[in-house]
Design a protein around this ligand. Structure first.
Ligand code: PEP
Ligand code: MG
Length: 573
């Protein structure tokens, strides 16, 4: 008899096949390494760390040459972690205190992983798995133990999975992933998505429930896992697969065209990126530019802020990838909130989301934002394109004024240095704080565009911390209170005739994209993987229908009703 388990959808697609149980070896399962002296132990730890670094760098090179630069970057970061003094020196300290080398490495990595896992930022917390993965690799390198591999094409079932396992297994041997742990933002999920492996994470009951199972089916879009699927289950999955295949092929076929509604209204579809490497994937997926370059990611995993020259090079790479005619909007670092940068030495705050975040940093850390703005001016000068920048967490007219002042001061510095500098910067404000929405007409007169951050707007309108799982039900950007705020922003922008973009997750959800365009949002910026779905959704509905949808949505009393309205007009899947 088949058993249905529910998890979270993490990478789309359906897979059915034999189970391969992956057991990560905890400290108890780790090989014993015979070491006679402390000096030998230190040397063994260092040698193993260096070997692990080399293995990871080789894997990364394999990924890079097979056209997966984003994934290669993850392994390159792991390669650095393998020789990170925070782990290696700490392990050596433990070993001097009398711990065996295997335990010493695991303890050092565990301490680092715990710090990461304790951070509020889901992406950073997910890096804890990377650190543990690196430790396993160092320990294996110490003992020469081989990596476990499936013997036939299989679906891997585990508590959690080291991300590098997915690329260690030769192509074709892995069909899908089903995990008890993980999250949709964990690296293993990100890698599964880019390798095209269907994945379901956070499956309650795994791996115990699968103790006696032989085959398994995973649906990475519904989050369903079926143990020992019967004939009826197999038929259901085959039918779904056929329907989705047709849908995805139709959506991907629209890539070469500009995104339009069914009646031909162009809705520029841009990408959200975190690094210039993401720009390649965004271009392949048909992005018309970058609507949100989250530059704070350039500040992470370092001991000091990136220099002006380093930042200039990064922005320039992204700008050059898109060329002079496709915009790249650089969002000044959104530091603070759930993205603290320890080396900046900023004071701890009781409520960081209501604290000194993003543009608010400019008052005490003026040089940080000036450096960024100088780098944007320089990069655009070197790339021969028009610079575009925006600030997050703007809540007052004074914030907007400060941004313009910094922008002009940065330009004066660049000009004084004798470097090529464009005449003007297209300057925008992220509208994600309710006070900015209320002041939209005044703010709109000061800048060239707005970009609505629906993630933060939702948390601030509904007073629900976006990182608090207990309040997940309140973090729904389709709530009419959020939609009414968006309508206020659009109306405010219209009084000054400036365009409005949306770059929060709502824009990447096909249902959200339809409502946003109906509300009068001009442009959408989404994760590269979401571009096809949004483009296809827009193509299926005409603008008057979207406007009617938006009117109904504004009059609704809850997000579920809004979703039901979208289902009435959206193209059936
Ligand atoms: C947002 O808040 O919607 C947004 C796009 O910015 P971030 O998610 O980086 O805060
Ligand atoms: Mg935000």
């Amino acid at each position: 008899m088949s058993t249905l388990l529910a998890g979270m959808a993490a990478a789309p697609g359906i897979a059915v096949g034999p189970l391969w149980r992956y057991r990560s070896r905890g400290a108890a399962g780790m090989p014993v390494v015979a070491i006679d002296s402390r000096a030998q132990a230190e040397a063994a730890i260092r040698r193993a760390a260096e070997l692990a670094e080399r293995q990871l760098a080789e894997l990364a090179a394999r990924l890079r040459s097979s056209g997966h630069p984003g994934d290669a970057e993850i392994l390159e970061a792991q390669a650095l972690m393998a020789v990170d003094p925070a782990i290696v020196d700490d392990a050596i300290r433990h070993s001097r205190d009398g711990m065996g080398p295997v335990d010493a490495v695991l303890a050092a990595a565990e301490a680092s992983a715990r710090v990461l896992a304790g951070l509020d930022d889901a992406l950073l917390a997910a890096r804890a798995a990377d650190v543990r993965d690196v430790a396993t690799r160092i320990v294996r390198a110490m003992s020469g133990a081989p990596t476990d591999l499936p013997t036939e094409p299989s679906i891997v079932v585990a508590d959690d999975l080291p991300p590098s396992l997915l690329v260690d297994v030769p192509p074709g041997l892995l069909l899908g992933v089903a995990l008890a742990g993980g999250s949709p933002t964990a690296h293993v999920a990100i890698l599964a998505r880019s390798l095209g492996l269907p994945a379901v994470v956070a499956v309650a009951g795994l791996p115990d429930a699968a103790r006696h199972s032989v085959r398994i089916g995973v649906d990475g879009e519904t989050g369903e896992v079926i143990l020992d699927p019967d004939a009826a289950d197999l038929q259901t999955m085959a039918d779904r697969q056929a329907a989705r295949g047709a849908r995805d092929r139709a959506a991907a076929a629209l890539r070469g065209r500009r995104a339009t509604t069914a009646d031909g209204r162009h809705v520029p579809l841009m990408a959200n990126i975190r690094s210039p490497q993401d720009a390649t994937r965004a271009l392949e997926a048909g992005a018309e530019g970058v609507g949100l370059f989250r530059t704070e990611y350039l500040f992470l995993r370092r001991q000091a802020p990136p220099t002006e020259a380093e930042q200039t090079a990064e922005y320039r790479r992204a700008m050059e990838a898109f060329g002079p005619d496709r915009p790249v909007v650089v969002r000044l670092a959104d530091i603070g909130g759930d993205k603290p940068i320890p080396y900046l030495g900023l004071p701890e705050e009781p409520n960081p989301f209501l604290g000194v975040r993003a543009i608010r940093l400019a008052r005490n850390s003026r040089e940080l934002l000036l450096t960024q703005l100088r780098a944007v001016w320089r990069a655009a000068g070197e790339a021969g394109t028009t610079p575009r920048a925006m600030a997050a967490m703007v809540s007052t007219v004074a914030d907007a004024r400060l941004l313009l002042e910094l922008r002009d001061e940065a330009r004066a510095d660049v000009v004084a240095s004798g470097a090529a500098c464009p005449e003007r910067m297209i300057t925008g404000l992220m509208i994600e704080v309710p006070s900015a929405a209320m002041m939209a007409p005044e703010l709109a007169r000061m800048v060239d565009f707005f970009s609505i951050g629906t993630n933060d707007l939702t948390q601030y309108v509904l007073a629900a911390d976006r990182g608090n799982a207990a309040l997940a039900g309140l973090q729904d950007a389709l709530h009419p209170a959020v939609l009414r705020t968006i309508a206020t922003i659009v109306a405010g922008a219209a009084t000054a005739g400036i365009p409005v973009a949306a770059c929060g997750e709502l824009a990447g959800d096909p249902a959200g994209a339809l409502v946003l365009v109906g509300l009068g949002v001009d442009e959408l910026s989404v994760e590269p993987a979401a571009l096809d779905g949004v483009r296809a959704a827009l193509a299926s509905v005409a603008l008057p229908e979207l406007k009617a949808l938006a009117r109904r949505a504004l009059a609704a009393t809850d997000a579920e009703t809004v979703r039901s309205y979208v289902r009435e007009i959206a193209r059936p899947e």
